[in-house]
Design a protein around this ligand. Structure first.
Ligand SMILES: NC(=O)c1ccc[n+]([C@@H]2O[C@H](COP(=O)([O-])OP(=O)(O)OC[C@H]3O[C@@H](n4cnc5c(N)ncnc54)[C@H](OP(=O)(O)O)[C@@H]3O)[C@@H](O)[C@H]2O)c1
Length: 339
């Protein structure tokens, strides 16, 4: 029996939260590698919040996935057939095969991974795009100094967990905001943050204030919403806010009700001399060599820990992704597509 390939395509553009019918699982014949090409079999698929943006055709920094097209995504894949001089069967590569079991590649954009250096799944997490996002966004824009207070939202996740640990390495006080007691305990006890507060706690504002007795010098923004509102009054003069993500509003269909707060926000920007800067990790690819030298060393020294949340099977990618947008993941969300 010839092997059948599978893929998850975008069936419709979600309105609000994505639902199962926005995705479709399809089978297709395993493609053949042509001259100079390789056939890749996906081992690991990364699920990331940005994929919600790709499902929408609203103007953004990247092209949306088309209806009927394979959902985009970073993957770790094995070369299972090669007509290329650069790759041999059994090589493991970082790739962007998306939500599918097989893909033919001409080699563009592939990076060979050495399983002896680190578990290959980490190329999608702590040693990959999310880790690089945390490292560069914090150091380039946040620029924490020893003794300052750094707050990060979605603190137990792929990006947030690295932000707080790097902040500690730089001598800053790290305070996380995360959803629920288990995640907060993990952030404090396993990741070594100084404090972590639960964004679902009705006393969030008071608890964050108590956790930041000297105010906030850097707020690494991953979420928006209630976390941002609790942070805002605590910002110190000359605070820096790397705006990395706003996951709490990715599926919003309208602006929140209430008074227009833009004038007040701008007043604070002026009087407190705040720096608010959005960034996309690709803005800082120039620092990749430094990142990939420093972070593995910190992992070996036990100064950076990470956690992976593994779903089994491509067919479970849609439900797992919908869960990620609601905080059901605990650590970097991966899908094991094949052994
Ligand atoms: N700018 C860039 O280049 C770039 C690159 C990578 C990631 N990002 C952004 O960074 C952020 C974190 O990404 P990640 O990959 O590390 O994901 P993650 O933190 O591993 O997972 C997402 C987490 O977001 C939190 N969340 C979801 N809905 C929320 C809500 N309504 N209110 C508060 N928290 C909510 C949940 O954590 P809790 O259970 O703790 O609430 C959830 O576990 C996202 O906003 C993402 O878009 C940006």
């Amino acid at each position: 029996m010839p092997e059948t390939a599978r893929r998850v395509v975008l069936a419709s553009r979600p309105v609000g939260e994505p639902k199962a019918s926005d995705f479709r699982l399809e089978e297709f014949p395993v493609p053949q590698a042509g001259p100079g090409q390789v056939l890749l079999k996906t081992k690991w698929l990364s699920l990331d919040p940005y994929m919600r943006g790709r499902m929408s055709d609203a103007p953004s920094y990247a092209k949306p996935v088309g209806i009927g097209e394979v959902m985009e995504g970073g993957t770790v894949s094995e070369v299972v057939a090669s007509n290329s001089d650069k790759y041999r069967n059994g090589d493991i590569v970082l790739s962007r095969a998306g939500w599918q079991t097989h893909m033919v590649s001409d080699g563009a954009g592939l990076r060979k991974l050495d399983p002896k250096v680190a578990p290959v799944s980490t190329a999608l997490g702590v040693l990959g795009m999310p880790g690089m996002t945390a490292y560069t966004g914090l150091l380039e824009i946040g620029a924490p100094k020893a003794g300052e207070t750094v707050v990060v939202s979605a603190a137990s996740g792929a990006v947030g967990s690295v932000v707080g640990q790097v902040a500690r390495i730089k001598g800053a006080r790290a305070v996380g905001i995360a959803g629920g007691a288990d995640k907060c305990r993990y952030v404090r006890e396993e990741l070594g943050f100084d404090e972590c507060v639960d964004h679902r706690d009705p006393a969030l504002r008071d608890k964050l204030k108590a956790a930041c007795p000297k105010g906030i010098d850097v707020y690494f923004e991953n979420v928006g919403g209630a976390s941002q509102e609790a942070v805002w009054p605590l910002l110190n003069f000359f605070a820096r806010i790397p705006v990395c993500g706003l996951i709490a509003q990715y599926s919003a269909t309208e602006l929140p009700a209430g008074p227009n707060r833009v004038p007040q926000i701008f007043r604070d920007v002026l009087t407190k001399r705040l720096t608010i800067r959005g960034f996309i990790v690709s803005d800082f690819w120039g620092r990749f060599d430094e990142f990939i030298r420093e972070v593995p060393q910190w992992i070996r020294e036990g100064r950076i820990k990470y956690r992976e949340d593994i779903a089994e099977g491509l067919e479970n990618a849609p439900a797992t992704f919908m869960g990620l947008l609601k905080g059901k993941n605990f650590g970097k969300q991966l899908v094991r597509v094949s052994e």
